[in-house]
Design a protein around this ligand. Sequence first.
Ligand SMILES: [Mg+2]
Length: 189
Amino acid sequence: MKVALDIDGVVADFVSPFVQILEARSGGAIDLESVTDPNFTNYPFLSSELIKQCVMEVSDDPQFWRGLAPLPSLVEWQCLDLLSRAERLIFVTHRYERDHYSIHDVTCEWLREHGVSKPVVYFTQSAKSALVDKLGVKLFVDDRHENCQDVAENTEATVLMPHRSYNQSFEHPRVTRIQDLHALTTYLG
Ligand SMILES: [Mg+2]
């Protein structure tokens, strides 16, 4: 059974350092626990233009991605590594690819550093369901409810969504909310 994981918000803590950049560039204060929308649309001091600029700023900076803190526990990383060694694990991300450095290399190095022996990462700017379908993924994990909904409605994959403050209000009959990646073991056939 092939498993596909999102990276940011699932195995890498993207939101905390990104919120720091949003605060620094806007001068406004954002309480992490109060983030109920992953697109930050409900803060009056954050224009969509400023958010876009901050996204481009971090996308241009390999150090930003290298410095992200891991979210899984050691035991969870070991479970991911077993899947990786068995060539059952892939990562699917919407991270932007830029010309002046390889986000693919930076991402694979980061995953190896945390114990994933054979990282396989797909970058797409399209709906993730297309890749999930094409690659025959049976289990999909993502923290953004838009991606979970897309894959649940357009593929046969089982969809798991780790609980986060910014996805707490989302419910879907084909999306299962999990507390952490340990829950994955229940679904692995
Ligand atoms: Mg994510």
